[in-house]
Ligand binder design. Structure first.
Ligand SMILES: [Zn+2]
Length: 490
């Protein structure tokens, strides 16, 4: 039984949830934060390493300029004040995946502060502004692998030294749903900015939550706990719900909430206290002696701001204006940057956004789902889909033939014209061939033909169907209808 089921709703409803989130995001750089090793995910364990990220004595860190640029881009998109001077610090702790014995991060003088993120910007809800306390740069630790060798723990240091930003929010979130909404907007923003892959499964986006409960109407903050180990946004929402209910239960019974770290157990759908080691907080921060202060000129900061890629909400507004998309199409087609780019490429090239939207949302997304492929790796590229739509528009193939061609494009990767030719799907629209099929159908069904001529108009569809069959689907139905009317009237 889950905790939520144990606590009566009448008690839960007396309390308010207060949440702040700390999000770690891996920056999409070619190399690590302080050395030239590849920052690529995966790879044979311990191959992307060097004296700097292995923490060998005497090795000196050199800051990656691309990491700074991506971090500043992210900070700008959250409307932060980016500091012209920020300082790197050492966060000292022992863990087997941290060879130096400290992590290089930023502490009391972070890269950026005082930002905000707006959630609920939709026609059916009112927007809420969540304040962002800070955005700072830091390096990642390595990874302990507990499941590779039975009974042993292995260490992979490929991730050690990979650049991260940590985005810390104020405790402005009031429900697990809002926390989920915040994470989705944040993820989409970072994806649209090409700052990060924001892939929770590969660990390039990680979330820790600070949560407390207080009686509704109370303005002081309650004692908070930190919830960790969540590996999906819905996991975050469920973990917050479970921890909130736990805290409400304690408060209702007059017991204190302890400031501690809780771990989410997704299998058992519950939170449990972390061992004290995992909750230790005495990091003895001090300024990193091997790195000078990070000094950024106002000119450079303005340059990055001016070159900021289009943010999700701006893209949504533009799609409405340029392509006249409705709310549902808009939600789907701007749900990720590669999908938005794909749709836009087809819409621009083809010129009819509504048809482009229908095909992308229907055939394209349907195929992605059934083949479990990402749009980036999708075989039918926008020029080929556009080519297919043009074949339909020019009357060269029918709409149903287009679906067959599309399926074949998926399988073979061939161009739509090639496939339509090869499979004999090019529509026949010359009057002689069509006339012959029409006449044959009339000759075979003289009674129906008389009834049709006598005014039974619904028989027209029957004739069209027969002629389509005779032509193996290649007859142009628009022309058949014309010819039938001509014959009937003549
Ligand atoms: Zn290295």
């Amino acid at each position: 039984m889950t905790a939520a089921a144990v606590l009566p709703a009448s008690i839960r409803d007396r309390y308010e949830m207060v949440v702040g989130l700390e999000v770690h995001v891996q920056l999409k750089t070619r190399t690590k934060a302080f050395c030239n090793c590849s920052a690529q995910f995966g790879g044979t364990p311990n191959t992307n390493t060097c004296p700097v990220c292995l923490g060998l004595p005497g090795a000196l860190p050199v800051l990656n300029a691309q990491a700074v640029e991506l971090a500043v881009r992210a900070a700008h998109s959250f409307c932060c004040k980016v500091n012209e001077v920020s300082i790197f610090a050492r966060k000292n702790y022992f863990y087997p995946d941290l060879p130096k014995g400290y992590q290089i991060t930023q502490y009391d003088r972070p890269l950026a502060e005082h930002g905000r993120l707006v959630i609920g910007e939709r026609p059916d809800s009112s927007p809420v502004t969540i304040r962002i306390t800070r955005v700072h740069l830091e390096e990642d630790a390595g990874k302990s692998l507990h499941d590779r060798y039975p009974g042993s723990t292995a260490i992979d240091l490929n991730r050690a030294g990979v650049p991260l930003i940590e985005i810390v929010s104020e405790p402005d979130l009031r429900s697990s749903r809002d926390a989920g909404a915040y994470l989705r907007v944040l993820k989409q923003t970072l994806e649209f900015l090409s700052v990060s892959d924001v892939n929770m499964e590969e660990g390039s986006l990680r979330v820790d939550a600070n949560i407390s409960a207080r009686l509704k109407g109370e303005t002081r903050l309650g004692v908070k706990s930190e919830v960790k180990n969540m590996n999906s946004f819905s996991g975050v929402e469920r973990a917050l719900e479970a921890e909130f209910v736990r805290q409400c239960g304690l408060l209702d019974a007059g017991e204190p909430v302890l400031q501690q770290t809780m771990l989410w157990d997704a299998t058992r759908e519950e939170v449990r206290p972390a061992r004290s080691k995992e909750a230790s907080h005495d990091y003895r921060y001090f300024p990193e002696p091997d790195l000078p202060p990070l000094i950024l000129s106002q000119d450079w900061l303005c340059e990055i701001k001016a070159e900021l890629p289009e943010l999700p909400k701006d893209k949504r507004a533009r799609f409405v204006k340029e392509y006249g998309l409705g709310a549902t199409d808009l939600d789907v087609l701007t749900s990720s940057l590669p999908l938005a780019d794909y749709f836009e490429a087809v819409a621009r090239e083809y010129g009819d956004a509504k048809t482009a939207a229908n095909w992308v949302m229907g055939e394209v997304l349907g195929s992605l789902r059934t083949t479990n492929t990402s749009i980036a790796r999708f075989r039918v590229r926008p020029p080929d889909l556009t080519g297919l739509l043009k074949l339909v528009r020019d009357g060269k193939i029918s709409h149903s033939a287009a679906k067959r061609v599309f399926a074949s494009m998926l399988q073979t990767g061939d161009r739509p014209e090639q496939i339509a030719e090869r499979e004999g799907l090019i529509q026949v629209s010359d009057s002689d061939s069509l006339g012959a099929w029409v006449d044959a159908a009339i000759a075979e069904n003289p009674k129906e033909w008389e009834r049709y001529r006598g005014g039974e108009k619904k028989l027209q569809g029957v004739f069209v169907g027969m002629i389509m069959k005779k032509s193996s689907g290649r007859a142009d139905p628009k022309r058949i209808n014309q010819i039938l009317s001509e014959r009937a009237g003549g």
